[in-house]
Design a protein around this ligand. Structure first.
Ligand code: 13P
Length: 250
């Protein structure tokens, strides 16, 4: 079965609940599609508004982060059960901004991956190299390490349900997109690693996204690559024209 393209938005720390309602009301029209899956990952406090605004449409709602404990004295954290109860179906884990600004390690990400599956949340696990790492020629070693640790102890069934987003840090929010060949090279490398770890069937099924300055002008070229199954989109997912990425082939 061919992998369906997924156009996923990551709103980061943008939009209030009221703004969320208004924006998704627009996106219901612009993001309609029979052939592409659409996901908006929004701030936790926006999830109920997003779920309500997207009800009955093709837009699915996810979170941007969660903690790996069930509940307890973790002031300010959000548990997986809270996300599920609010209506989230997906959760981004290990975004480079979480790793860089909030000190998340791949071991933390692994704990979150396992916890997400316990609650039937589909994780979108991010990985990506810095510009220095790319210049040092260690991109693939670094990514393999992030994915191996992030996926530690996941079963094959979990691995094929998970989504991986390759996001080179130097391409995030910079307007500097990786070329489609650079993006494909790493996404293929990730699929090769999944094949080594889990075999051919899981490698064929798992969806691997590219993220980093994806916009309507470059989506078609990126998504046409064999190992790129869609995009994780930051800035360009904050406007109704996110629909031009969803409908990249039209
Ligand atoms: P931009 O699309 O704004 O570069 O952000 C990418 C990203 O970090 C998505 O998770």
């Amino acid at each position: 079965m061919a992998r369906r393209i997924l156009a996923a938005g990551n709103w980061k720390m943008n939009k209030t609940p009221s703004e969320t309602k208004a924006l998704i009301a627009e996106m219901r029209k612009t993001c309609a599609s029979d052939s592409v899956d659409v996901l908006l990952c929004v701030p936790a406090i926006d999830i109920p508004a997003a779920v309500e605004a997207a009800a009955g449409s093709n837009i699915q709602i996810g979170a941007e982060n969660m903690y790996f404990e069930e509940n307890g004295a973790y002031t300010g954290e959000i548990s997986p059960a809270m996300l599920v109860d609010a209506g989230a179906k997906y959760v981004i884990l290990g975004h480079s901004e979480r790793r860089d600004y909030f000190g998340e390690t791949s071991e933390d990400v692994n704990k979150k991956m396992k916890k997400a599956f316990e609650h039937n949340l589909i994780p979108v696990m991010c990985c990506g190299e810095s510009l220095t790492q790319r210049e040092q020629g260690i991109t693939m070693d670094w990514i393999r390490q992030q994915v191996k640790v992030g996926f530690q102890d996941l079963t094959a069934d979990q691995a094929k349900t998970a989504i991986i987003a390759y996001e080179p840090i130097w391409a995030i929010g910079t307007g500097k997109t990786a070329t489609s060949d650079q993006a494909e090279e790493v996404c293929k490398g990730i699929r090769d690693l999944i094949r080594e770890l889990y075999g051919a069937e899981v490698a064929e099924e798992i969806r691997i996204l590219y993220g980093g300055s994806v916009k309507p002008a470059n989506a078609a070229e990126l998504f046409a690559k064999e190992d790129i199954d869609g995009g994780l989109v930051g800035g360009a997912s904050l406007k109704p024209d996110f629909g031009d990425i969803v409908n990249y082939s039209k």
